[in-house]
Every structure is written in structure tokens, then in C-alpha cells.
Design a protein around this ligand. Structure first.
Ligand code: NAD
Ligand code: MG
Length: 388
């Protein structure tokens, strides 16, 4: 057999939880993948280490003040070094990569991802905020450019895997599973005193700080409902959330004949990352496997939306559409940041989002400029609530 051509991967957000695990996947399969681009916001030390190890064509340190340090450290290599946020767009325009792994966290991931799609690059999408904010524009551009968007988020990867071979079959509904996070079963009188370090202890997954807080508030599941709407072209009624504390079933698809497919595995992001990078191939690996004899129970319960009101707010944004999900996302990013910096309490996160949704003008059919403006306005307003 002739040697397969390696897929050249641009890892945007390479120093994060998804980024570092993606590099482990790439390292384990040097016959399939090579690293073309690495980008980071502030972690220059790890970016330099990664660059020396993977020898990419280019790296970006988005925090410009760290550019000189990275440049100096990579002086003796032929790695091109860029600094500043605009450089993310610049390298997204390179024609030397095949697939972007979009693993920047938050709204900041939107622009470079759009650039990659514009350039016809396949996308392995971890950055759910991209679809939450501008799912209509992103998916429309992807169709126009014939670009596949392969989900990395474990629930969406599960659904995507369940849909392989089902192209002609209508989805009746999808069932998104949620672990429930560290505060499953807790009530507001407990949550009011919760501190960041407790909220950062997720029972099943080790992830970046922002998504870990989102999992504790159930906002993560709300964002995932909106993400699912765009990825799989669903109506809000077709998207159901169920709490499944063991995180073995990563999500399910119910078809018109009542048959339900589920995708299962241990909670380990390396599997959905690998699946997205190698799709449509399944690639052998040595990751641990579940032993069902040692998993006594798989349980399910409805989410407590009265306590975890972020999920209701996200459902409302999903229903209303327009710029509402964008406003929801921006307010949430500010509120989570404030909570992580001990500026507001756990329940205040919901209050900030709710007030911001009430304040910022609704736009039914926003264009990209509208999304950027709504994001900015929502951030400013949410921040003004926190300073009071
Ligand atoms: P993280 O905080 O661990 O890493 C974020 C990465 O983005 C880092 O490399 C950081 O340098 C970079 N970054 C942050 N802000 C930036 C900015 N303003 N400009 C440029 N780069 C910036 O986050 P994570 O947990 O790896 O999550 C990344 C994305 O994947 C998120 O959208 C998250 O919702 C999604 N996701 C993560 C997991 C997980 O297990 N961690 C699971 C599902 C989905
Ligand atoms: Mg998820």
C-alpha cells in the first residue's frame, strides 16, 4: 500500500484542554496527522514547547506583549512566529493546512473559524460559541464553500456518529445527555454560597475553566442545544436534555420508527477529537475501554431548570433566535469571568445574563456586523452590572 497523505492540522487554541489533548492524538498517529499551525493566547511557555516538539509551519501568540519572547525562543528554528489577535485571521488564510481544529474558547474563536471556512478548510469544531453566536451565518457559509463541520463536542460527536449511514432518514428528536455537573441535586440555598474552587471540580471531565463553570450552571447544555440546532438542522422541539450522571452515553438520536441510537464510551475527549480529525475513518488506539461489568447503573433524570435557570434562559434564546443567543453568550462569558475572579456569586451569573437579555435590543435577522455589535453591547452592559 502506498503511504497515505498526512492531514495537516491547524490547532487554534493549542495550549488549552482540547488543544493539548488534540496534540496527544496527533502525536499518537504520526502516520495520519501533522501539525501545521499552533495558536495560543497567553501561555507562551507551552506554545514554545509545543512548537519545538511539533515543528509547525507557523505559531501565533495572540497576546502581542509576549511576541518577542516567543520569537526569540524559536529563533534557531524555521517556525514562523506571529503576534497579535489579527494574526489569527492571517494564518487562518494560509493554504498550507487541510483542517482547522477550532479549540479557542468563547466568541474569540468565531472570526478565525469563519476565515477558515471562507478558505474552504474542513473544520473540527470544539468552539461551540461560534455556532451559538452566529450559527446561521457559519452553516450557510459552510454549505456555500462545501466545507464539512465535524463536531468535537462529545454530545454532538455522539449524534454525528449515530447519523452515519442515516442520510435519508429523518430525525424525530435528539437526546442530549448532561452529567449534571458538581452541583447535581443541589438547591439555591446551597448554590448561593458556592465558590469558584468547588465549581471547578467537575465529577467526570477535566476541561478548561470556562466550560467547567458552564457545566456547573447547566449553561453548557443550553449552549449545546443551540449548537445542535445548527449542526443538525433541528427545531427546538426536536432537542431534549436529560441528566445522565455517569457520562457513558454521550447522546442519542431517535428516528421516526421510534428506534434510538446511542454512542457510548468513557468520558475522554480524545475519542471525539480523534474521530473529528480522522473522519470518516475510525483509528485504532489504546485508550481505556469501559467495562460494563463494573458500571452497575446508567441512570437518567430530568434537569432541574427551576434551580439551574441558565438552562431555561438558553432554551428561551434558542426559541427566539436572532441575536438572542449571541447576547446570552456574551453576558455569560462576562459573568463566568467575574465568578472565576470572585467578583460575583454563583447565582449572580444567571441574574447578569437575564438582565442583559432584557436590556439589549432584539434583532430578528442579524448580519455579522450586528452580531459583533450585539456581542460588544452585551459585554459592556453585563460588565456594568458587575461593577455596581
Ligand atoms: P481552555 O481554556 O482550556 O483553552 C482555550 C484555548 O484558547 C487556549 O489555547 C487559549 O490560549 C486560547 N484562547 C483563549 N482566549 C483566546 C483569545 N481571546 N484569543 C485567542 N486564543 C484564545 O478551553 P477548552 O476547555 O480547551 O475549550 C475550548 C473550546 O472547546 C471551548 O469552546 C469549549 O466550550 C469547547 N469544548 C471543550 C471541551 C473540553 O473537554 N475541554 C469539551 C467540549 C467542548
Ligand atoms: Mg459537551
Amino acid at each position: 500500500m502506498s503511504e497515505a497523505i498526512k492531514k495537516r492540522i491547524a490547532v487554534f487554541g493549542s495550549t488549552g484542554s482540547i488543544g493539548t489533548q488534540a496534540l496527544e492524538v496527533i502525536e499518537a498517529h504520526p502516520d495520519l496527522f501533522e501539525v501545521e499551525i499552533l495558536t495560543a493566547q497567553t501561555n507562551d511557555k507551552l506554545l514554545i514547547e509545543q512548537a519545538l516538539k511539533f515543528n509547525p509551519n507557523a505559531v501565533v501568540i495572540a497576546d502581542e506583549s509576549r511576541y518577542e519572547k516567543v520569537k526569540l525562543a524559536l529563533e534557531s528554528t524555521d517556525v514562523k512566529v506571529f503576534g497579535g489577535e489579527n494574526a489569527l485571521d492571517e494564518v487562518a488564510d494560509f493554504d498550507t493546512y487541510d483542517m482547522m481544529l477550532a479549540a479557542i474558547v468563547g466568541f474569540a474563536g468565531l472570526k478565525p473559524t469563519l476565515r477558515a471556512i471562507e478558505n474552504g478548510k474542513a473544520i473540527a469544531l470544539a468552539n461551540k460559541e461560534t455556532l451559538v453566536v452566529a450559527g446561521d451565518l457559519v452553516m450557510q457559509l459552510a454549505v456555500e464553500k462545501r466545507v464539512p463541520i465535524i463536531p468535537v463536542d462529545s454530545e454532538h460527536s455522539a449524534i454525528f456518529q449515530c447519523l452515519v449511514g442515516e442520510t435519508r432518514n429523518r430525525i424525530e428528536k435528539i437526546i442530549l445527555t448532561a452529567s449534571g455537573g458538581p452541583f447535581l441535586g443541589k438547591k439555591p440555598n446551597f448554590l448561593v454560597n458556592v465558590k469558584r474552587d468547588h465549581a471547578l471540580q467537575h465529577p467526570n471531565w477535566k476541561m478548561g475553566a470556562k466550560i467547567t463553570i458552564d457545566s456547573a450552571t447547566l449553561m453548557n447544555k443550553g449552549l449545546e442545544m443551540i449548537e445542535a440546532k445548527w449542526l443538525f438542522n433541528l427545531t427546538p422541539e426536536q432537542i431534549e436534555v436529560v441528566i445522565h450522571p455517569q457520562s457513558i452515553i454521550h447522546s442519542m438520536v431517535q428516528f421516526e420508527d421510534g428506534s434510538i441510537k446511542a454512542q457510548m464510551g468513557l468520558p475522554d475527549m480524545k475519542l471525539p477529537i480523534q474521530y473529528a480529525l480522522a473522519f470518516p475513518q475510525r483509528v485504532a488506539n489504546n485508550n481505556p475501554r469501559p467495562n460494563f461489568k463494573k458500571i452497575p447503573i446508567l441512570s437518567f433524570e430530568p434537569p432541574d431548570v427551576k434551580t439551574f435557570r441558565n438552562l431555561s434562559l438558553a432554551e428561551m434564546a434558542l426559541e427566539k433566535g436572532g441575536n438572542f443567543p449571541c447576547i446570552l453568550n456574551a453576558a455569560n462569558e462576562i459573568a463566568v469571568w467575574a465568578f472565576l475572579n470572585n467578583r460575583i456569586g454563583f447565582l449572580d451569573i444567571t441574574a447578569v445574563i437575564e438582565k442583559t437579555l432584557q436590556k439589549i435590543n432584539y434583532i430578528e435577522k442579524p448580519n455579522l456586523t450586528d452580531y459583533f455589535e450585539s456581542d460588544g453591547e452585551a459585554r459592556n452592559f453585563a460588565a456594568s452590572l458587575i461593577r455596581m
